[in-house]
Design a protein around this ligand. Sequence first.
Ligand code: AMP
Ligand code: ZN
Length: 113
Amino acid sequence: MADCIFCSIANHDIPTDPIYEDELIIAFNDLEPQAPVHFLVVPKKHIESIDAATEDDSELISHIMLTIPKLAAEQGLENGYRIVINTGDDGGQTVKHLHFHILGKRKMTWPPG
Ligand code: AMP
Ligand code: ZN
C-alpha cells in the first residue's frame, strides 16, 4: 500500500536490517525501543489492524504467533516477554499496518499505561 511505512519496509523500499524474514513476515527492531529488547513482527500483507483481519488471514496470524517464540528465544528472552498489538486510537496504534510488538529484558508492569 502506498504511503505505508511498514509496507515500504516489507518491500525493502527503504533500507532495513531485519532480524528475521520469510515470504509472509518481516521482523525488525523498533526505532524507539521501549525495553532493552523491542522488535516488531509485521505481516508483508497490508492489514490495517487486527480489526481488519479475516478468516483468510488465519494461517498468516497463526504463523506470526508461532514464529514469535522462536524469535524471542533467538533474542535471549528466556525469562519471558510481552506481546503487544496496539489497536485503533484508544489502543495507541500509530502505524496503521498490523504489527506485533515483542518487548523483553526488563520486568513488565501491569496495568499497562
Ligand atoms: P504502534 O504505536 O503500536 O502503532 O507502534 C508503531 C511502532 O513502530 C512504534 O513503536 C514506532 O517506534 C515504530 N516505528 C515507526 N517507524 C519505524 C521504522 N521506520 N522502523 C522501526 N520502527 C518504527
Ligand atoms: Zn502497509
